[in-house]
Ligand binder design. Sequence first.
Ligand SMILES: [Zn+2]
Ligand SMILES: [Zn+2]
Length: 85
Amino acid sequence: MENQNCIECNLDTSFGSGLFVNRIPADNGEKEGYLCPDCQSMDCDYCNESALNWSTDKKGNIICDDCADLLWSDFKDLAYNRRTV
Ligand SMILES: [Zn+2]
Ligand SMILES: [Zn+2]
């Protein structure tokens, strides 16, 4: 049966688990499965908050969507890899 658990923390992300909506398919080279919202979160390098929705700027820094929105006028000039989840 297909692995429905988070490949990082092994939480169940199957339908009805509450984590289903925000899970993303993931493959870490060893396991195939999903990433739960917590394990997708990264600390924003701009505001230092943990963010589920984030992107990377030209230098590879993590920027959360909130900061990206605030800084968008400056940011759009940078190579901007917005993650589409
Ligand atoms: Zn997880
Ligand atoms: Zn931020």
